[in-house]
Design a protein around this ligand. Structure first.
Ligand code: SAM
Ligand code: SF4
Length: 460
């Protein structure tokens, strides 16, 4: 398409993203794919020619939100003035993959439904949706990443100094509560050269920190130019060589895939940030077995010991599910105990949500909602106490902070510590983009307050 036709046909796409960082990344790549076909992104649905909901199916609530939002968008479209430009409505992501036919039946206003493996075909699907209702939830043979255009910093809303980069997709682990293996398909790793090229392009565009993404990112086993499979640890060494790229993170990891090479990378690479999101889900071996997690509580703690030996200041984060079928008070007490032993810097916790088609949904010893709610409250109180203690331990330290953006108040800028804490600083916005030593002078509920200093940087 010529530059002239791009500007004369300028159309707008509005994308609303639900769920995990992989969906944020996917929304950016959809924006990139559509940019070559005359669409620019907008944050105002009123001016959109195409509205896309990039959806999440991980818990029931997340999926239900999509149907209510579709009703709202349909009403918005119907209330437009006569003669207003046409607006197509599309549903992408994991709800689209899992419930494609149902969406078409329940939401007649929807023009287009497509799953996560079809994003590279989006321009073609949108063109078809102009004429007929389209559904595309196949798992195609071709590599979608090889067909997606390179990331374009200038057209993307969510990229700034930090960016996501999906290196691995799908999951073969089949935890008994989880829909991911069904919605995202089998585990696939992107080739090393593709990942390095994308990281270089991001660094050239001014990105200073990348977060490597995957449903099981540390199961990464991409093929290099010599035909060798390399793991995430080795990939991190290669990425660390990229000039301009100052920080590397990755998420989400599975305990079983935390291998020696990755732990060594944490020991050796300053660019690899000392923050690890390593979900455990439960502290009870009985529940871990029923969840098909394939590790025990003791094995998880042993992995954490090894990581801390390699990188003593490693901040840990995790995911927990309360109220999995069969969970007793004793099992839940083991989960609280796990939080105490690890001393998480932060953690996410959820009530178990039955997902159709997963083994957990068939189990007959489901836990009542009220019990789940009570346990969630107790767990979150324990997690908050540890997060508060971790943040309090940072006061008085000097940490390298990536200065990312303007703060909420005038004269304030906001950045991130190596441990992913937001840091608010009174400083000039001309410093945005730099990584500077910041003395932490105070803490708020979920963030730190600091002042820029020139003295030596310390670790927790
Ligand atoms: N692959 C990662 C792992 O194995 O730890 C997790 C990825 S999953 C997309 C993110 C989190 O959602 C999980 O760690 C789990 O805590 C939560 N989750 C998944 N299925 C759930 C369900 N049915 N009910 C409640 N939470 C769930
Ligand atoms: Fe879901 Fe993670 Fe288990 Fe895979 S490893 S099934 S993504 S929770």
């Amino acid at each position: 398409m010529s530059d002239a036709s791009k500007t004369t046909n300028a159309k707008k796409v509005f994308i609303k993203t639900y769920g995990c960082q992989m969906n944020v990344y996917d929304s950016d790549r959809m924006t990139d794919a559509l940019a070559d076909h005359g669409f620019s992104p907008t944050q105002d649905m009123g001016e959109a020619d195409l509205v896309l909901l990039n959806t999440c199916h991980i818990r029931e609530k997340a999926a239900e939100k999509v149907y209510s939002e579709l009703g709202r968008i349909r009403d918005f479209r119907n209330e437009r003035e006569p003669g207003a430009k046409k607006m197509l409505i599309g549903v992408a992501g994991c709800v689209a993959q899992a419930e494609g036919e149902e969406i078409m039946a329940r939401a007649p206003a929807v023009d287009l439904v497509f799953g996560p493996q079809s994003y590279h075909r989006l321009p073609e699907l949108v063109a078809r949706a102009d004429r007929e209702r389209v559904i595309d939830t196949d798992f195609p043979e071709e590599d979608k990443f090889a067909h997606l255009p390179a990331p374009k910093k200038e057209v993307t809303i969510s990229r700034g100094l930090t960016a996501f980069l999906t290196v691995q997709e799908g999951c073969d682990k089949f935890c008994s509560f989880c829909v991911v293996p069904y919605t995202r398909g089998a585990e696939v790793s992107r080739p090393v050269a593709q990942v390095i090229a994308e990281a270089r392009a991001l660094a050239d565009a001014g990105v200073r920190e990348i977060t490597l993404l995957g449903q099981n990112v540390n199961a990464y086993h991409g093929v290099d130019d010599k035909g060798r499979q390399i793991g995430l640890g080795e990939l991190c060494y290669l990425l660390a060589e990229i000039e301009g790229l100052a920080r590397i993170r990755y998420t989400t990891s599975h305990p079983r895939d935390m291998d020696d090479a990755l732990i060594a990378a944490h020991r050796d690479l300053d660019k690899l940030m000392p923050y690890l999101h390593l979900p455990v889900q439960s502290g009870s071996d009985t529940i871990l077995k029923a969840m098909n997690r394939r590790h025990t509580a003791a094995q998880y703690l042993e992995i954490i010991d090894r990581i801390k030996q390699a990188r003593p200041d490693m901040a840990l984060s995790g995911d927990f599910i309360v109220g999995f079928p069969g969970e007793t008070d004793r099992d839940f007490a083991d989960t609280l105990d796990m939080v105490k032993k690890v001393g998480y810097a932060s953690a996410f916790s959820f009530k178990y949500s039955t997902r159709p088609g997963t083994p957990g949904a068939e189990m007959d010893n489901q836990v009542p909602e009220a019990v789940k709610a009570e346990r969630l409250e107790a767990l979150q109180a324990e997690i908050t106490a540890h997060q508060t203690a971790f943040n309090a331990g940072c006061v008085g330290l000097t940490l390298p902070v990536l200065l990312e953006k303007k703060g909420r108040n005038p004269g304030q800028i906001a950045g991130r510590s190596p441990y992913l804490q937001p840091v608010h600083i009174e400083a000039d916005e001309s410093l945005i983009g730099q990584i500077l030593p910041v003395e932490i002078v105070d803490r708020a509920k979920n963030s730190l307050v600091g002042t820029i200093v020139t003295s030596k940087v310390q670790a927790v």
